[in-house]
Design a protein around this ligand. Structure first.
Ligand SMILES: [Zn+2]
Length: 156
């Protein structure tokens, strides 16, 4: 199930970056309160980068915490989006994937990827020193989406 990641310096820096990014202050505050109540967890054996749980937790895997502060922030923003989605959408995404022969989770995942790209856009506007890194991160997010779901991410 993972254990709480209290006082992890990189996690703290990622949360501060989110909270300081215009348009994402509420997201940052929500994630800080999750962290303070032990609902951001670390699972060393997690194969996914991260997972949002039905019980309102975010579990991070090794890949998520080995990258940069910005990369972890992007992952947290993505998982935060999932926490706000209706779990029923997962079922809808699955069945429309079956009927249209596309990846079952594409419809569920696409808005979370798009939300992470928006965050990285906002970072570039607010933090010139992070422009190059945020652009590289955006390319990585698009590549993961394309290789997982077989089509380009819409928008931006
Ligand atoms: Zn996702």
């Amino acid at each position: 199930m993972g254990s709480p990641l209290f006082n992890d310096a990189k996690l703290q820096a990622s949360l501060r970056l989110i909270e300081a990014t215009p348009g994402f202050a509420d997201v940052g505050r929500h994630l800080f309160s999750m962290e303070q109540s032990g609902r951001i967890l670390f699972e060393p054996k997690l194969e996914d980068r991260a997972q949002a749980g039905l019980l309102g937790t975010i579990t991070l895997g090794p890949e998520a915490i080995q990258g940069s502060v910005l990369s972890l922030a992007q992952t947290l923003v993505h998982e935060y989006f999932h926490l706000r989605q209706n779990p029923f959408l997962k079922t809808v995404s699955f069945w429309s994937g079956v009927f249209t022969r596309t990846h079952p989770m594409k419809r569920f995942e696409e808005p979370a990827y798009a939300f992470a790209l928006e965050f990285l856009d906002a970072v570039q506007r607010a933090r010139p020193e992070l422009i190059e890194e945020a652009q590289a991160e955006q390319r990585a997010v698009r590549q993961v989406f394309e290789s997982t779901f077989g089509s380009a991410l819409r928008g931006n």
